[in-house]
Design a protein around this ligand. Structure first.
Ligand code: 4AD
Ligand code: MG
Length: 447
């Protein structure tokens, strides 16, 4: 296959085609759809940056071009040349009067592209995920995802944080031992990381303000619309920082991400079908309620018959509880000071009530659930050691972590945001499987 372009027209992309209005340009992409109406063909091309409709009147083009396009199979790769014409009715605002078409690879008639415009079941689509991502909605989601990741990193990069990525292969659990992926590491056991937190606590004590950004793994045995076994997490960690300052960091961070998406992806959000008015309200500060206040809201909701099951004081919130709570606000709600018993071993107790942890979960609006989990960390050596023992964690694997409390311990805090949860909320998706190029779940590791 050759990339030589017969036409002398400048090569451009659909996303930027507007600057070439009235000119003849070349696009490189694929035939997404084709409609014929008598002596007119209406191909829709896609090139990864968007889609554009072409117009091909039989009388205006060479016979061979017309015939070749008329019989062209969907998803055949093409190099197409045409004149850019503004058209207010077109989704991209422009159409292409095709003058030349080179077929790079014609999809064989015997094996047509399996994903058609008709409805397909989720299993079929996931089985063909490598092809499904070509469809406009899935491509739009992946572009928004990329911006969410970039904006997230950018927020820390421009606010004095140093990126320090932790290892993926680890000797111990961070978020509980029940969801660990275990593997052989030569003569030892190793686990895929659940969170970079313990490592970035150490880099925070070296560098002050740090963050990590990478894949994390949880052997989640539950099938829910919010859980993946492999997901991306961005985690800041800050020395000399308490819970209040951490919550402020989290709200500014989220607002920056949402505003960046709104600035750059109006068109994609439209393709996805997202109601952007729900995103435009996302500005700091966010509402903050304690676990106790959240519990009282749930009790009242239950007594009024607004939720089906009663929340038991002391328990974590279930998915319907989180949905109810988040629906009471038009911004993410920050729920702080959960009972220490339902949270991780490393969380600092609240001096005002040591049964509570100085932690925060950020619940996204519209029932998208927890997008951020964070806390102030235990800074006392004795308490942390005791917590490790109480949680039946292997002390030897945590000796290095205890060193952080032996040598210049300070109050410090951090949080983690799951990228896929953020993408699901910002794009308004029912399920996290559409938020990542290739979702890993309990039942699927192909393709
Ligand atoms: O609340 P989690 O478990 O917190 C931690 O891992 C902390 N160590 C982070 C920190 O303080 N540095 O997970 C953080 C976030 C959740 O709020 C959620 O967004 C996401 O990670 N998450 C998942 N996303 C997709 N699939 C899963 N199975 C997830 N588990 C957690
Ligand atoms: Mg959590």
């Amino acid at each position: 296959m050759s990339l030589e372009i017969a036409a002398s027209a400048p090569v451009t992309t659909i996303a930027t085609i507007g600057v070439h209005e009235g000119q003849t340009v070349t696009l490189r992409g694929w035939l997404y759809n084709l409609r014929a109406s008598g002596k007119l063909l209406f191909p829709i091309f896609r090139d990864g940056s968007g889609t554009i409709q072409g117009i091909v009147p039989k009388a205006a083009v060479p016979e061979a071009l017309f015939e070749s396009l008329k019989n062209l199979t969907l998803e055949s790769s093409v190099i197409v040349t045409g004149k850019v014409r503004a058209d207010a009715r077109a989704p991209s605002g422009f159409e292409l009067d095709v003058v030349d078409l080179e077929v790079v690879q014609r999809v064989d008639d015997a094996h047509p592209f399996p994903i058609t415009l008709k409805e397909h079941g989720v299993d079929f689509l996931m089985e063909h995920r490598h092809l499904w991502i070509r469809t406009p909605r899935q491509s739009a989601i992946l572009r928004v995802r990329a911006t969410i990741m970039r904006a997230a990193a950018e927020y820390f990069d421009t606010n004095g944080f140093t990126r320090t990525d932790p290892p993926i292969l680890t000797p111990a659990a961070c978020e509980g031992t029940s969801e660990l992926f275990e593997m052989d590491y030569f003569d030892e056991k190793a686990y895929l990381t659940q969170s970079g937190q313990l490592y970035i606590e150490s880099t925070a004590l070296a560098l002050g303000k740090v963050y990590s950004f990478g894949p994390t793994f949880r052997a989640e045995k539950s099938k829910t619309r919010r859980h993946l076994t492999e997901f991306w997490m961005i985690e800041p960690e800050v020395a000399f920082c308490g819970l209040d300052e951490l919550m402020e960091l989290a709200e500014n961070f989220i607002a920056h991400i949402v505003q960046s998406v709104l600035k750059q992806h109006r068109g994609d959000l439209k393709v996805i079908g997202r109601d952007v008015t729900k995103l435009e309200t996302i500005q700091a500060p966010f509402p903050k309620i304690s676990y106790d206040e959240a519990h009282r809201m749930l009790e009242e909701a239950f007594s009024k018959g607004l939720i089906e099951s009663k929340h038991t004081y002391g328990d974590d919130f279930g998915s319907p509880d989180e949905t109810y709570l988040s629906n009471q606000f038009n911004r993410p709600v920050m729920v702080h000071r959960y009972p220490a018993a339902v949270k991780a071993f490393y969380m600092e107790p609240d001096a005002a009530d040591p049964t509570k942890a100085l932690c925060v979960d950020v619940l996204a609006p519209e029932g998208y659930g927890e997008i951020i989990g964070g806390s102030q960390r235990v800074d006392s050596y004795d308490l942390l050691r005791q917590r490790i023992l109480d949680h039946n964690l292997p002390l030897a694997a945590f000796e290095w972590y205890l060193d952080l409390r032996r040598y210049g311990s300070v109050p410090h805090s951090g949080f983690g945001m799951g990228i896929e949860r953020a993408v699901a909320w910002i794009c308004g998706l029912d399920h996290v499987r559409e938020t990542i190029p290739f979702a890993r779940t309990l039942n699927r590791i192909y393709p």
